[in-house]
Ligand binder design. Structure first.
Ligand code: MG
Ligand code: MG
Length: 261
């Protein structure tokens, strides 16, 4: 599989899908309170997507060895790192809930995840949220047209580890546009011997990438039960997830999954 370079017209379509993602993210943010269930969030997002003429690229998504994904959004609470499935358990004070939202419209996809504190969360959770969000922007700010992709990965890892947390290595960011997961992989860490194409990847105009650090308070190791979607931290520590879809333009990097204010 090769990296796809999108035209300005195609990026405009990805921008449109990404805006709907950002709108849905704001709906979820408002709902992130004690007593809400992740199923209610899922249904609210599904309703918004329908209203805006979009659909979820996650619903019925297939990974080898798993049932088709059963919901519109991924909802990952506390020690769930990614791919959590929405349920009817009311969120409670102190929880951390990550909602990952994708939208496909007119054949083009935007992808963004955000993690919300439920009510008042402890100091370590606050620091974890801050490190996750800031690492996402550190990674994006380290990207520039004709720069190296590895600089993004390095910036994310340095920020996270500098705060005493760890970055998940088993799941990574990705190219996105016509499919949910395209080349290249966007690692959240660097390591000698990591695959060479990644080290050599230069950011060129037309590339569209989902940058998505997953940050753990304890070990970076993750586990997943056979056939089940949710991925958890191996030590039961909490995890946060922040993601934007960005485009490399001629003269700058644009965050697409934003309302633009
Ligand atoms: Mg996502
Ligand atoms: Mg993604």
């Amino acid at each position: 599989m090769a990296i796809i370079f999108y035209s300005e017209r195609q990026i405009a379509l990805i921008r449109e899908a990404s805006r709907i993602v950002a709108e849905a993210r704001e709906i979820v943010r408002e709902m992130a309170k004690p007593g809400t269930t992740t199923r209610e969030m899922d249904q609210a997002v599904a309703k918004h997507l329908k209203k805006r003429g979009g659909e979820s690229p996650f619903l019925h998504y297939r990974l080898p060895g798993k049932e088709p994904f059963p919901a519109t959004v991924c909802a990952s609470v506390n020690d769930v790192v990614v791919h959590g499935t929405p349920d009817d358990v009311p969120l409670k004070e102190g929880d951390l809930v990550a909602i990952d939202i994708g939208v496909r419209k007119n054949g083009y996809i935007g992808d963004s995840a955000w993690t919300y504190p439920i009510g008042k969360v402890d100091e370590k959770a606050q620091a974890l949220l801050k490190a996750g969000e800031e690492s996402l922007y550190a990674g994006i700010n380290a990207m520039k047209p004709r720069g190296k992709l590895v600089e993004c990965s390095r910036a994310i890892q340095e920020l996270v580890e500098g705060r005493g947390f760890s970055v998940v290595r088993d799941y990574v960011g990705h190219g996105v546009g016509q499919s949910l997961h395209e080349e290249p992989q966007v690692y959240n860490y660097v390591q000698l011997g990591q695959n060479l194409p990644f080290w050599r990847t230069i950011l060129k105009p037309g590339m569209v990438l989902a940058v998505e650090p997953m940050v753990n308070e304890g070990t970076a190791k993750v586990i997943s039960d056979d056939g089940k979607w949710p991925v958890r931290t191996a030590d039961g520590g909490r995890s946060v997830h922040f993601e934007h879809t960005i485009a490399i333009l001629e003269d700058r990097v644009e965050i697409l999954t934003t309302l633009g204010e």
